[in-house]
Ligand binder design. Structure first.
Ligand code: ADP
Length: 462
């Protein structure tokens, strides 16, 4: 595996090498060009001022006497050579002394700088440099000797030196950039390594492990998401353990009753009469309910609950449910009534599941409302929802219990609720079923006054 450090480092090295190389190459090109122009201009000015000077020399005496001595006294570099021809093109002065008396055309001299005296052209001046002086050669062959541009050896040296220092600076810059880059790369990859190590801890089942990344960039965000994921996994694991313990506990109670009753009958302590058989049957029914509710909750929680959605008249459904429970309520001397409702539109729901929800709410309200109490069911429209409420004048729910009543196996005043025959799953089923329909549940309650349980089903589903 090629590590991220090396990938980033390699990319950085490439960028540094390419940009420093390009910079050195382009600087070199422009330096050479600028320098050539600078030298050319210098030579041109020097040639012109020398031509003026020689013109003055001629004008002083009206002849070319002492020209050669004058030329030899010029402060020229070893690579430079000055040649003067008279107006007929014959060489009359040569700092190298080589071509004196020769025709300029024969030795390939052309385009000289004119020397003038009193307005007359009295000759030409040629400034040759090492590249075109033809030092040591008899003549210039057919080559046209251009006095300019020139490249003098020392000037070439200068360009070489510029080049060398350019490369040196470039290399130092590259090395510095690389060191800084590697340090930065390590800093960037450190949180990534922390994340990798965090993932390994989670894989080993250490769900309480959290990565410590404090950066405020995308990797910091990734670390936050990672920690949130770990927390959620941990919570999930905790609730799974809790659920397993709760299920074991809930199953044990009815099984103990069944076992105890059957043992009593076997030992002859109880008669196998209707009363004892009924008790066994009651506990078996409770177990069946418990298992059915658990299955529904787990299906709904994992999103696998299949809903048979059909367009349903909710008023009709609620009215039917209320009449189903009228007998049970009246047996307890509790008044159960459906509030007058206005017409509401049909909505698409799974009637079996929603009947289960309303049934659980009605069972609870009858169970927790003492004799002489009232239960009022209503169906209405609120904003974009169809709201079904079951309000009772029962014992109410303590404020500390209220946020938990929709949790699995939560029972407020547990001994009482258990005695009443509840599984502790009724409201958890209500919540899961309503949420599977895209709705929500709501409860308001006051101790001693009563409770109102409401379910909100989205109207958009009709
Ligand atoms: P259970 O099977 O015990 O009724 P639920 O999930 O249906 O379980 O209800 C959870 C708890 O909420 C109950 O134990 C009870 O304490 C409380 N509760 C539910 N409905 C009512 C109500 N209408 N009035 C008072 N308390 C209620």
């Amino acid at each position: 595996m090629r590590s991220l450090t090396w990938k980033l480092g390699g990319a950085l090295l490439l960028i540094v090498v390419v940009s420093v190389g390009l910079m050195a190459y382009l600087t070199n090109l422009s330096t050479a060009r600028e320098f050539q122009q600078y030298v050319s201009r210098g030579n041109m000015m020097y040639t012109q001022s020398l031509a003026d000077n020689l013109g003055d020399l001629y004008a002083e005496r009206n002849n070319w006497n002492n020209l050669q001595e004058r030329l030899e006294s010029l402060p020229l570099s070893t690579s430079q050579r000055v040649i003067v021809t008279d107006s007929s093109g014959v060489v009359i002065g040569d700092t190298a002394g080589e071509w004196l008396g020769r025709e300029s055309g024969d030795i390939g001299l052309s385009n000289g700088t004119p020397i003038t005296a009193s307005g007359y052209e009295i000759g030409d001046l040629y400034l040759l440099t090492s590249s075109d002086t033809g030092m040591g050669r008899g003549h210039m062959g057919g080559r046209t000797s251009q006095p300019m541009p020139v490249t003098v050896a020392s000037e070439g040296d200068f360009l070489d030196r510029v080049n060398t220092s350019l490369w040196q600076v470039g290399l130092i810059a590259a090395a510095v950039a690389l060191v800084i880059g590697l340090v930065l790369t390590r800093q960037i990859t450190r949180p990534v390594r922390a994340l990798i190590s965090g993932a390994r801890h989670l894989t080993r089942g250490e769900l309480s492990y959290r990565v410590k990344v404090k950066t405020h960039d995308e990797i910091g965000e990734l670390a936050d998401s990672f920690n949130a994921m770990a927390s959620s996994l941990e919570r999930g694991e905790q609730s799974r353990r809790q659920l397993t313990a709760d299920i074991a506990h809930e199953l044990r109670t009815p099984l103990t009753v069944i076992e105890g009753t059957v043992d009593g009958i076997i030992d002859g302590v109880f008669k196998p009469d209707k009363e004892h058989l009924f008790s066994i049957k009651e506990q078996a029914t409770l177990l069946t309910h418990l298992i059915g509710d658990l299955r529904d909750i787990s299906l709904a929680e994992s999103g696998q609950l299949k809903l048979n959605l059909t367009s349903t008249d909710m008023v009709e459904l609620v009215r039917r449910m209320v009449s189903n429970y009228e007998v049970t309520a009246s047996e307890k001397y509790v008044r159960l009534k459906l509030q007058e409702v206005t017409q509401v539109p049909n909505i698409r729901i799974d009637p079996v599941r929603i009947e289960q929800v309303i049934s659980n709410l009605l069972t609870n309200s009858i169970r927790y409302t003492p004799s002489g109490g009232n239960i009022t069911v209503s169906v209405k429209i609120e904003e974009a929802s169809l709201v079904i409420s079951v309000a009772d004048t029962g014992e109410g729910i303590a404020p500390e219990d209220l946020p938990h009543v929709f949790e699995r196996f939560y029972r407020s005043g547990s001994s009482r609720a258990r005695k009443e025959g509840g599984t502790g799953l009724g409201l958890a089923v209500v919540k899961q079923m309503v949420e599977a329909h895209g709705g929500k549940v709501w409860v308001e309650s006051k101790m001693g006054t009563g409770s109102v349980f409401s379910i909100f089903l989205p109207l958009s589903t009709y």
